[in-house]
Design a protein around this ligand. Structure first.
Ligand SMILES: Cc1ncc(C[n+]2csc(CCOP(=O)(O)OP(=O)(O)O)c2C)c(N)n1
Ligand code: SF4
Length: 299
């Protein structure tokens, strides 16, 4: 059963004032994640916008303990934390590794694959802002085709986004989910559920980024909703191998009324050089993924 809004944890774990940009989708998501996970959570975080959001002790704005690790070692450092806490019989603790798409899809994938294969008892969160944003919007393997970045400045990115959920599912882990801060209760429920499950849990969050994607900070929630309305982002979970649409994506799947991709693309500066042919290719890719999910939901 989804949590009702009045049952959501009222406590804040991010204090007022942090170093993220105005309208940062990651900051919104992080607030909801920590509310769902509550106390007894320990984070491990590589270089990223999340490290910047955290800041440094003694002026950090976040109230949970966090380890800053190197880029490639996020999941390995989580394995170390899990082993250390187990040696001290600290069974109340939840270990959470959290990295951007650059730190997950590209640089951290080896350690993540290793930890998932060993069944390390932790939650891995990838916040996907579709680029290396902290260092100025470089292309990652999560950047969608047709987007301008500082490393694809002329022709836009030519390749489709890597399907990281599929890669993680191939590790046969007990729980995977996607989420969006534009749908806070759906996101919150997934973390409440993930906390109760043992083994490796992987949650991927779409994190709209105003400067990197080129939209006004006031529109973050709107852009996140459009991503889901068009099927560019699909909300689902896979529990013990069973696929399930959730939240708004479930309604869209039942009603069959997804919006055309152009409604999402036209609102972001990063797609300003996308041509008709590229838009059609991206729409086809989104439709193909959507049909795959529809088939899986029926299994
Ligand atoms: C080994 C290493 N290479 C490069 C960097 C520089 N660096 C710091 S943050 C960052 C971008 C991280 O991108 P992502 O993981 O997507 O997170 P985001 O910045 O988008 O939050 C880079 C390249 C670094 N700190 N360490
Ligand atoms: S660059 Fe993007 S992800 Fe990073 S803090 Fe700013 S809005 Fe958030």
């Amino acid at each position: 059963m989804p949590e009702k809004i009045f049952k959501v944890n009222q406590k804040e774990y991010i204090l007022p004032g942090n170093r993220s940009c105005q309208g940062c989708g990651l900051a919104l998501a992080y607030r909801y994640i920590l509310k769902a996970l509550r106390e007894n959570t320990i984070m491990t975080i590589p270089a990223s916008c999340l490290t910047v959001l955290h800041g440094l002790y003694p002026i950090t704005s976040v109230t949970v303990p966090a380890l800053n690790c190197t880029f490639a070692s996020t999941a390995a450092s989580a394995s170390g934390l899990v082993a250390g806490l187990a040696a001290q019989n600290r069974t109340e603790m939840t270990v959470v590794a959290m990295a951007g798409d650059g730190g997950t899809y590209d640089i951290g994938i080896q350690a993540l694959s290793g930890a998932a294969e060993r069944g390390t008892d932790f939650i891995y969160v990838c916040y996907d802002n579709e680029g290396y944003m902290n260092t100025g919007t470089q292309r990652s393997s999560a950047t969608p085709m047709g987007a301008l970045t500082t490393t694809t400045p002329v022709l836009t990115k030519q390749q489709n986004k890597k399907d990281m959920m599929k890669i993680m599912e191939a590790h046969d882990i007990p729980y995977l989910a996607t989420a969006s801060p534009s749908y806070p209760i759906d996101l919150y429920d997934k973390f409440v559920k993930a906390k109760r499950i043992k083994g490796t849990r992987y949650i991927q969050i779409s994190a709209p980024c105003p400067p990197g994607w080129g939209f006004a900070p006031k529109d973050t929630v709107k852009i996140g909703r459009l991503a889901v309305e068009t099927g560019m982002v699909v909300l689902y979970e896979i529990e013990d191998g069973k696929f399930r649409f959730t939240g708004r994506s479930k309604t869209l799947a039942e009603k069959g009324n997804r919006a055309p991709l152009i409604q999402y693309v036209e609102k972001q500066e990063r797609f300003r050089k996308m041509n008709i042919e590229q838009l059609a290719r991206l729409q086809k890719w989104v439709d193909g993924k959507w049909n795959e999910y529809l088939r899986r939901a029926e299994e």
